[in-house]
Design a protein around this ligand. Structure first.
Ligand code: PLP
Length: 386
């Protein structure tokens, strides 16, 4: 049996996989089982922050996996502690909880928010407002948090205590805030929901409302985090100070790692026994994350912003491009005269991997892509969307 038949025979049928098996990656390129080379503008859904087999990353990961791969959180671990310190150097004073995925990072954020409110105000103030078209994960509770009706089927009963406000509509959101609300949770650029950036004005008003009412502001940076939008975290680009930030995807550059960062009044909420994870903060994943964060310096972030402007200006000139949304290297292309799904297939045929988000093409190139590779990718897009 070939790989595709084995997969179809034994693996749960949850993914509509493309008819392709990748066997190798190097920098911005992927290679399939037939040796065909592709430029990768998908980065494994914003995970391969520095492309494939990044040298410093591979070296750090190999060293750690050959030294000590796992001990559990019953003991101290150097990579885990050093990663937390590195994060604090980048975001300021905080306390972090490490997990393994975006959904878990959000579960932890939700637990911190509810416990903060319970400790201070008691029961009856546990509601969390999220946005319509948000995506927060696949566990039962993060599905509840996800503001899309099609995710609220099949698995009833869902976790109670979520309400959904329309993005960029402050009066809708403030109308949903009452004495039962403990937190507002947002993606600053909605990823799965169609690569929609929130407006600065909306975000600022939400922050002010939160401060005024002691409601916690949770920013889900699972996709936007770790340089993706051109600042290390998207909230820094908006100039806001959230109480809780969750991240995962690109943090460890290709290994599973989630992080929930608690600031200020949330730092002391989690106490012994209130949360935990067997694998969370795994030494190999943490060693990878340190190697990622060490390379995400101001120069690299500035180059993401500059290259992003180039992508937007070149793509908006094309006949089949209606608009380009998003920030940094998290961009959505609304097409005209071709569906995103058809465009993705055509681009793949021509050797460019991109994703979709709702009805848009989603571009998530590696943050360290060279000018030459970027131009090569743009040429392929021009052929298909001209
Ligand atoms: C991908 C994603 C998640 C879920 O992350 P998993 O690692 O798949 O659990 C949550 N929130 C956002 C914004 C995401 O993009």
């Amino acid at each position: 049996m070939d790989i595709k038949s084995i997969d179809k025979t034994y693996i749960a049928n949850t993914y509509a996989r493309a008819d392709i098996t990748f066997v190798k990656g190097k920098g911005s390129y992927l290679f399939d089982e037939n040796g065909k080379k592709y430029l990768d503008f998908g980065s494994g859904i914003a995970v391969n922050t520095l492309g494939h087999a990044n040298k410093k990353w591979s070296k750090a990961v190999k060293k750690q996996v050959g030294t000590l791969a796992h001990t559990s959180n019953l003991y101290y671990s150097e990579p885990c502690a050093l990663l937390a310190k590195k994060l604090a150097e980048k975001v300021g004073e905080m306390k972090v909880f490490f997990s393994n995925s975006g959904a878990e990072a959000n579960e932890c954020a939700i637990k911190i928010a509810r416990k903060y409110s319970f400790d201070k105000y008691g029961e009856g103030r546990a509601k969390i407002i999220t946005l319509v078209n948000s995506f927060h994960g696949r566990t039962v509770t993060t599905l509840s948090a996800t503001g899309q009706d099609n995710f609220h089927t099949n698995f009833m009963p869902f976790t109670e205590g979520f309400d959904y406000a329309v993005a960029n509509d402050f009066s809708d959101l403030s109308g949903k805030v009452d004495g039962t609300v403990c937190a507002i949770m947002l993606e600053l650029v909605q990823g799965e929901g169609g690569v929609n950036a929130l407006s600065n004005e909306f975000v600022e008003k939400v922050q002010n409302l939160c401060k005024e009412k002691d409601i916690l502001l949770i920013v889900d940076e699972v996709q936007t985090g770790n340089g993706r939008t051109g600042t290390l975290y998207a909230y820094q680009g908006y100039g806001i100070s959230p109480d809780i930030v969750s991240t995962a995807k690109g943090l460890a550059g290709g290994l599973p790692l989630g992080a929930t960062i608690a600031f200020g009044k949330c730092e002391g909420v989690l106490t012994p026994g209130t949360h935990g994870s067997t694998f969370g903060g795994n030494p190999v994943a943490c060693a990878g994350a340190i190697a990622v964060l060490e390379q995400l310096d101001d120069n690299l972030l500035a180059s993401v912003r500059a290259k992003s402007e180039k992508i937007v200006s070149e793509l908006t000139k094309l006949k089949k491009v209606k608009s380009v949304s998003g920030k940094g290297f998290m961009l959505g292309v609304e097409t005209d005269g071709i569906t995103a799904t058809d465009a993705v297939a055509k681009l793949r045929e021509k050797g460019l991997i991109v994703l979709t988000a709702k009805t848009k093409i989603r571009l998530l190139p590696p943050l360290n892509i060279s000018d030459k590779e970027l131009s090569e990718g743009l040429e392929i897009i021009k052929e298909v969307l001209k």
